[in-house]
Design a protein around this ligand. Structure first.
Ligand code: TYD
Length: 155
């Protein structure tokens, strides 16, 4: 079977969120992610429009923290209005990246994970967890299309 027909061969989206950039964590985060031995097949720095942020977090639109979450992803809270988007590819990419990223809530995340090491909860109740990582295959495909044009992925 060729690698690309193997269902465990996946692509996953990673976003280094504005707090990650503001805290100069890019190098540390990329080093942690390199432990996965996955390949980076896409990378871009981009501003996050309101529409893009809302599309990305569509599944959370009813949550009380949603308005603050949208401002957070846009960088309005950290006055750092950009993110670094990456696509990682390889065997079990989604699970491998999620494991190193850690649990959504930085206080519950394993202390050595990226979110456990660098995340925090704000007084407004938003989890500033420095990184996004796709949660499953369907979401990964949806999100990659949202953040990248097909010709920006070099697989
Ligand atoms: P979610 O998609 O549930 O988790 P994950 O990022 O681990 O896939 O949530 C998206 C983001 O929303 C999460 O990274 C931080 C924020 N969030 C909160 O601020 N409070 C919450 O109670 C939850 C569940 C998420």
């Amino acid at each position: 079977m060729s690698k690309k027909n193997d269902s465990s061969f996946q692509q996953t989206l990673v976003l280094i969120k504005p707090d990650g950039l503001k805290k100069s964590l890019t190098g540390n985060i990329l080093t942690r992610l390199s432990e996965t031995k996955l390949n980076i097949v896409g990378a871009r720095v981009t501003k996050v429009s309101r529409k893009l942020a809302e599309n990305h977090y569509y599944h959370l639109r009813e949550k009380p923290f949603y308005p603050e979450l949208i401002l957070y992803l846009q960088g309005k809270i950290h006055k750092k209005e950009k993110i670094l988007a990456l696509v990682y590819e390889g065997k079990n990419a989604i699970k491998k990246v999620r494991q190193i990223a850690g649990a959504t809530n930085p206080e519950e995340a394993t202390p050595t994970s990226i979110r456990g090491s660098y995340g925090r909860i704000t007084t407004k109740g938003v989890y500033e967890n420095v990184i996004h990582a796709s949660s499953n295959e369907k979401e990964a495909q949806r999100e990659i299309k949202l953040w990248f044009k097909p010709n920006e992925i070099i697989s």
